[in-house]
Design a binder for this molecule. Structure first.
Ligand code: T3D
Length: 270
């Protein structure tokens, strides 16, 4: 997979791990419609490619992603007497919402390596991934309130579920920088590691996931997400239905057989 190094998104692969690197470092990897389009295409490609068993998203340079590129003509407010208001909802409906839905429904696990600041929709992108690992120097900023907007791209849904109402409101209203270590303490992200260890730790995590039973991992994500909105009995029944399907799959046979044969399983289902 060869690509121009000035592309807004760099796509590469090592083994069964597809790397997606946001690559607009001069603008802290802020989202343009071009980057959003490429990211959606890359997620789609990864989902359809049987050689991919895990995706790893990160950013180039000192930031992960500063959210929407505020200089994009689609959103940059006009100034002066004849200024025409911009419909930001159009951008959300056509770019951000499809991306957030796609991420949540990826047929393989998605790891996020947050290498620096994740602000606005950049934070939402990170928090929408399955396992989020950040460098110690990284931080999370709900930047929206500072420019008169609300958390979007799933921000309100994610924040309230991850850290609860009190902390979600504190982060969203004040828009202060939350260092990665505190993000772990709050339960916002899974792990924080020294900067020099981020790439290797995230890669090892994605590699490990890539050896695991993909369908079981993806259904686990679905159950964890849906359980929040289900009565206990309904969650039990959904578990039972999905477990029944997985019980018929080759990966379960392989996992059990490997257990009895005291060897590492070779999972193949996707
Ligand atoms: O219309 C809509 O907005 C709809 C969609 C909304 C979703 C959203 O994501 S809204 C939130 C948008 N994001 C922000 O408001 C964050 C803006 N950026 C910042 O607050 C700061 O840059 C950071 C806290 C993220 C980092 O600060 P710092 O001091 O480390 O870096 P910096 O000097 O501010 O930025 C470095 C460069 O990146 C700078 O360019 P320059 O001066 O070197 O040419 C800066 O303009 C550029 N940059 C940073 N963020 C953005 C950006 N350029 C365009 N859009 C950005 N979001």
């Amino acid at each position: 997979m060869t690509q121009s190094t000035d592309a807004p998104l760099i796509v590469s692969q090592e083994g069964a791990v597809r790397f997606l690197t946001l690559n607009r470092p001069a603008a802290l990897n802020a989202f343009t419609t071009g980057l959003l389009t490429q990211l959606r295409q890359a997620l789609d490609d990864a989902g359809k490619d049987d050689s991919v068993r895990a995706v790893l998203i990160t950013g180039a340079g000192r930031a992960f992603c500063a959210g929407q590129d505020l200089s994009d003509p689609m959103v940059k407010p006009e100034f002066g007497d004849d200024a025409q208001p911009k419909d930001i909802g159009h951008l959300l409906d056509n770019y951000y919402i499809p991306m957030a839905l796609q991420l949540r429904a990826m047929p393989v696990p998605v790891v996020c390596a947050v290498n620096g600041v994740a602000a606005g929709a950049g934070a939402s992108l990170a928090l929408g991934c399955d396992i989020v690992i950040a460098a110690e120097s990284a931080s999370f900023i709900q930047a929206f309130s500072k420019i008169g907007l609300i958390p979007d791209c799933g921000g309100t849904w994610l924040l309230s579920r991850l850290v609860g109402r009190a902390k979600a409101l504190q982060m969203a209203m004040l828009g202060d920088k939350l260092p990665a270590a505190e993000a772990v303490q709050l339960g916002l992200i899974a792990r924080c590691v020294p900067d020099a260890e981020l790439a290797a730790t995230a890669h090892a995590t994605a590699l490990k996931l890539a050896t695991m039973p993909t369908r079981a991992l993806v259904e686990t994500r679905r159950l964890i997400d849906e359980a929040m909105n289900l009565e206990f009995y309904d969650a039990l029944k959904l578990e039972s239905r999905l477990q029944s399907q997985l019980g018929f799959a080759d990966d379960y046979r392989e996992g059990a057989q490997a257990f009895f044969e005291k060897r590492a399983p070779k999972f193949k289902d996707r």
